[in-house]
Design a protein around this ligand. Structure first.
Ligand SMILES: *Cc1c(COP(=O)(O)O)cnc(C)c1O
Length: 469
């Protein structure tokens, strides 16, 4: 063991070696910080020796450890929010930031970030205007609603609606719609937080108009419909059609709210997806407010969009809670640009989320062949590379039961397990996220940009060929 400790180099020797290997890195760092990082690196190795996880003197020398040391220091320095390659085939991947923005949204972000902007300036007087004007006209045009407003996310939209109209009273929700969205958004809890009593009606699988009718009392403030998003009730089930519920609400003088979750502005059924109500169809069917996310199937930045009756929207804008839930200029810039793409009828072409959902199986097969060829060339016999039929998912709680056909590139390593390969790719720079299927690491071309094919091939070679120890 003594010999093992002796093979550990001094910090100064390490600093000189780092300097020679990567002058850029060492020049961009204060000397003291670099010293601490080197010390921490060897401390970890000392710990390994103590626990007898390391026994080989040669593998402990500076030459053997320099690549790992460099890697660790670069990792410690990269930002918390760094690029990730999504080969998992989940288009709206919540862990990976949901939607990739359209080019025009990225440009709008750049413009809004690099100078002053008209966020709250009245264009005519130069005096104080309202940030709510930024996207309202677009929301109206695209939804057919009288008015619209944007908040931080859809959870905030639901909270604001409940706080504005239902506090201290009851809201009626079907038992089939008391959904939990990933990341701890639960309809019953959000109601409770808003100081609203939940009045559940119907059964898990079936709710009838008479259930709603019987539950309405003088304490009722609204009827709420919630898109079940990430699950489906199949078999013996029924829900009340929206127009009937809207008629009931109108007759009893109550507002009808719809939490649509991942709102669609366009009908995706021509692209092989099951029919989903669009925001405009919900408004046309008589909902007074509809709320949906900006960064799910819409393909924009994180936001909660509310469309509906002008009087209701105005009341929400005037709620003091609005101040805590409002969006900043960057979000509004990106959202406005995204909505403009829809207005120009260019969404299927220019919104990456929609393009990835709608791409044809033939195009995916072509991309898979091209990626497989690059990986084969870069890895030269260190793995088997085959193509397989597979399924991708929309994600983000949208279209849960719908699997989109794709062609997977499956990599079976010759000397390590697929799981070890997966972990090594996760540790790469940038990390590559894929999925394991039948002892293979699989990449779905649906969520991979063609510009990244050669980078992916290089990472694959790095993970398979270098020992990674
Ligand atoms: C996703 C979702 C939410 C939460 O939306 P965020 O934009 O993530 O806050 C709320 N309700 C439903 C039905 C959803 O699907």
């Amino acid at each position: 063991m003594k010999n093992l400790y002796r093979s550990i180099p001094s910090v100064d020797v390490c600093l000189a070696a780092l300097e020679a290997a990567d002058p850029g890195l060492t020049h961009s760092l204060p000397r003291g910080l670099l010293r601490d990082m080197v010390t921490a690196f060897w401390d970890d190795l000392r710990e390994d020796i103590r626990n007898e996880r390391r026994r080989d003197t040669a593998a402990l020398g500076l030459d053997a450890q320099l690549p790992a040391m460099l890697k660790k220091i670069r990792r410690a320095l990269r930002s918390g929010l760094h690029p990730v390659l999504n080969a998992a085939g989940v288009v709206v991947h919540t862990n990976l930031g949901r939607s990739v923005l359209a080019d025009s949204a990225r440009w709008a972000l750049d413009v809004a970030a690099s100078g002053y902007c008209s966020l709250e300036m009245d264009g005519e007087t130069g005096g104080r205007g309202s940030r709510h004007d930024v996207a309202e006209d677009l929301i109206r045009r695209l939804s057919g609603a009288e008015a619209g407003v944007v908040v931080n996310n859809n959870a905030a939209a639901v909270l604001l609606a409940l706080d504005t109209f239902c506090k201290g009273g009851e809201v009626i929700v079907s038992r089939g719609e008391l959904v939990e969205i990933g990341g701890s958004f639960r309809i019953p809890e959000i109601l409770e937080k808003s100081g609203v009593r939940l009045r559940e009606v119907g059964a898990t699988n079936r709710t009838h108009l008479r259930d709603y009718q019987a539950a309405i009392t003088e304490n009722t403030r609204a009827l709420l419909r919630v898109h079940t998003s990430n699950y489906r009730i199949v078999g013996f089930q029924s829900a009340v059609p929206l127009p009937q519920l809207a008629e009931l609400a109108r007759k009893r003088g109550l507002p009808l709210f719809e939490d649509l979750g991942s709102g669609c502005l366009v009908d995706l059924s021509p692209y092989g997806l099951p029919p989903e109500p669009t925001v405009a169809s919900i408004i046309a069917a008589g909902a007074d407010l509809v709320m949906f996310s900006g960064d799910k199937a819409l393909g924009g930045p994180q936001a909660g969009i509310i469309a509906g009756r002008k009087a209701l929207i105005n009341e929400m804008k005037a709620n003091p809670l609005m101040r805590a839930l409002r969006c900043d200029k960057l979000c509004l810039a990106a959202l406005e640009a995204t909505l403009r793409v829809y207005l120009l009828n260019d969404a299927m072409k220019h919104i990456p989320t929609l393009r990835m959902i709608a791409v044809s199986p033939k195009e995916l097969a072509r991309k898979a062949r091209s990626l497989a060829a690059r990986i084969r060339k870069a890895t030269q016999g260190h793995c088997g590379v085959t193509l397989r039929r597979g399924e991708s998912r929309v994600g983000g709680g949208a279209f849960p039961e719908c699997e989109l056909p794709t062609t997977l590139v499956c990599v079976e390593p010759a000397r390590i397990s697929a799981n070890v390969l997966k972990m090594r790719l996760l540790a790469c720079e940038p990390p590559l996220v894929g999925r394991l299927e039948e002892n293979a690491f699989c990449l779905d071309p649906r969520t991979i940009f063609s510009r990244d094919h050669s980078l992916i091939a290089r990472l694959m070679a790095e993970a398979l060929v270098t020992s990674g120890e």
